[in-house]
Design a protein around this ligand. Structure first.
Ligand code: AGP
Length: 597
């Protein structure tokens, strides 16, 4: 039996035959437009247009030729599967069309003759049709699965930009948009590349590339179990995933640290051998959303432990800032899904500029993993809830390991310092487990504040990115407006927002900026804010300053606090959303993998 999983998403409004036909039609239109453009240019240069407009306006022909060239370019990009500028080109085309029409009408002093009117209609119709088709095709770039009436024992699948997974079963094969969807049927999976088409029958899977050649590809064995993709008695996937964090962090550490030797080894990734690290002069971290917040923390760790300058950028911004890159820059991309379009595009740009790319990724063989030069996998298991939780803490774990490995290679960390940090890191899963015990107390806090319309999250240093992450979690699942801010910046603007209706979540572990953030807390209190403090158990001073106190376990290594402070914030968001009754696992307007720009 061949099965299309019902969760297949974004199936474009096209059939397979339609797609093939459209590719051919588009190629034809593209070629036709190029020929017409060349002819128009020739007419304009020779200025011998005896038929239309009496040779008055060669500019008109040049403009029309431009319209046609743009059309061809748009089509070429669509056919190559590059979504980047197709929409913009389609719109630009429309603008030029209108300019062209205006010129024609002006040139003919109104629509003078039947022939001129015909020309107007022709230009308008062809340009607008193509503009619309280009936009349509740009939007339709997706993964699709098709069952034809004529061949009911066969399924066809094609991929362009969106992920598509093929599962190999025993006498049955599967198509899905994501690994978890078919985990309960098979763990043997193949991943389609852009432009590839697959034919599935009960007996087998055949893959062809865009030029019709057969592609031989070995299936990968996915180690995730089917149970991992089920709720297992939890009300929501998000709650289950929050509770899985101790296990996920342990799995991400496994085989990479040695307590006996107080050491870290990431030799599984050739890019991260001590010799390879010695050649790195700069680190550029690229990610989106929650993964970006992990990157902000990772940057601080890398710089502190290794002394290598590091910066962080959003995937969606990176390409547009003309990045200054050199071969001794290591680009580190972070993505749970490995399919985020902006991050993937940034990775490609970095590679084009000659940089090596290391990815921190959760999904084996995802597009970003395959495009990178090396992958440091997080072992979070499948994350189904749209709001990222265990993926975030495992990303932090992987980044901490990376920072330690770099500190070891550069000598930024002594053997003794490394051993102390490795020892503290190994204790994190137990501390996260402990942090989960505050669940009931956090639920109580959520009951008291779920009606608030705005929250402010304040943190400093390593916990400033955690303030951003706490605010993101709250807004994406509870739809409450929330802002994360570096606490020291509060006085430069956001303080104006504070009144007795504004809960202010202050993240205050006892680290080197503790005194500073307590002072920020008092500033907020003086403006009548309702302060919800997240602090270490037994911190009575903090408890006294705040209306609400959410305890977290203390950690011997202050650099590790982000892994602990984020847990109560995830739980607070979860409970607020649950009390409000929003769709926790699939909040409105959001997708788990953002495969469009
Ligand atoms: C996290 O809660 C969000 N759903 C979102 O910000 C996400 O982190 C972002 O889309 C990046 O996804 P990725 O890690 O799969 O690249």
């Amino acid at each position: 039996m061949a099965t299309v999983n019902p969760t297949l998403k974004q199936s474009a409004d096209l059939s397979a035959g339609d797609t093939d036909l459209n590719r051919r039609v588009l190629t034809l239109i593209g070629s036709f437009r190029l020929i017409v453009a060349a002819a128009m240019l020739l007419v304009a240069v020779l200025q011998t247009d005896p038929i239309f407009l009496g040779g008055r306006y060669p500019l008109l022909f040049i403009t029309t030729a431009c319209v046609y060239c743009l059309g061809s370019m748009t089509i070429a990009l669509v056919l190559r599967g590059e979504q980047a500028h197709t929409r913009q080109l389609a719109w630009l085309q429309l603008v030029v069309d209108i300019a062209c029409i205006t010129l024609i009408v002006h040139a003919s002093g109104g629509i003078g003759s039947g022939l001129e009117a015909l020309l107007v209609v022709f230009v308008v119709a062809s340009a607008m049709t193509l503009s619309a088709r280009s936009s349509y095709f740009a939007a339709a770039i997706a993964a699709l699965a098709v069952l034809l009436e004529q061949t009911p024992d066969r399924l066809y699948a094609a991929r362009l930009a969106s992920p598509l997974v093929l599962g190999r079963g025993d006498g049955e094969n599967f198509i899905a948009s994501d690994i978890p969807a078919i985990l309960s049927y098979t763990r043997s999976m193949l991943f389609l590349e852009d432009g590839e088409i697959a034919e599935l029958s009960a007996e087998g899977i055949r893959i062809e590339n865009a030029t019709g050649e057969t592609v031989q590809r070995q299936p990968k064995n996915i180690t995730w179990s089917a149970a991992m993709a089920e709720k297992e008695g939890y009300k929501h996937f998000m709650l289950k995933e929050i509770n899985e964090q101790p296990r996920a962090i342990t799995d991400t550490l496994r085989g990479r640290i040695s307590l006996e030797h107080g050491d870290v080894t990431l030799d599984e990734v050739p890019l991260l051998t001590p010799e390879a690290i010695a050649g790195i002069r700069r680190i550029l971290i690229i990610a989106c959303g929650t993964s970006y917040h992990a990157g902000l923390v990772g940057r601080l760790w890398i710089e502190k432990f290794s002394g290598i300058p590091a910066e962080v950028d959003l995937g969606s911004e990176f390409r547009y800032r003309d990045p200054l890159l050199s071969p001794d820059t290591l680009v580190v991309s972070i993505s749970q899904s490995g399919e985020t379009a902006d991050t993937l595009a940034a990775v490609k740009t970095a590679k084009e500029e000659g940089c090596k790319v290391l990815s921190i990724c959760n999904v084996v063989d995802s597009s970003i993993a395959r495009t990178s030069d090396g992958v440091l996998y997080t072992h979070a298991g499948p994350e189904i809830g749209v709001a990222s939780t265990k993926a975030f803490t495992t990303q932090l774990t992987a980044l901490y390991l990376l920072a330690l490995a770099m500190g070891k290679a550069t000598g930024g960390l002594s053997t003794q310092e490394l051993a102390i940090k490795v020892d503290a890191l190994a204790k994190v899963p137990g501390l996260v487990e402990h942090a989960l015990h505050s669940d009931a107390a956090i639920r109580d806090v959520a009951e008291r504040y779920y009606r608030a319309s705005d929250f402010l999250y304040l943190g400093r240093w390593l916990n400033y990115p955690i303030a951003l992450e706490g605010a993101l979690k709250l807004k994406e699942i509870s739809y409450i407006h929330a802002e994360g801010y570096p606490a020291g910046e509060m006085k430069h603007g956001p303080i104006a927002l504070i009144d007795e209706h504004m809960p202010v979540v202050v993240i205050a572990p006892r680290d080197k900026v503790y005194e500073k953030i307590v002072s920020n807390l008092q500033e907020a209190k003086a403006r009548h804010a309702v302060v919800i403090a997240v602090g270490e158990e037994g911190d009575n001073e903090l408890r006294e300053h705040a209306e609400e106190f959410i305890p977290m376990p203390a950690c011997s290594e202050e650099s590790l606090t982000p892994l602990l402070t984020v847990v109560p914030l995830q739980m607070l968001s979860y409970h607020i959303a649950d009390i409000k009754g929003t769709d926790v696992d699939q909040p409105r307007n959001l997708a788990k993998s953002v495969t469009v720009e």
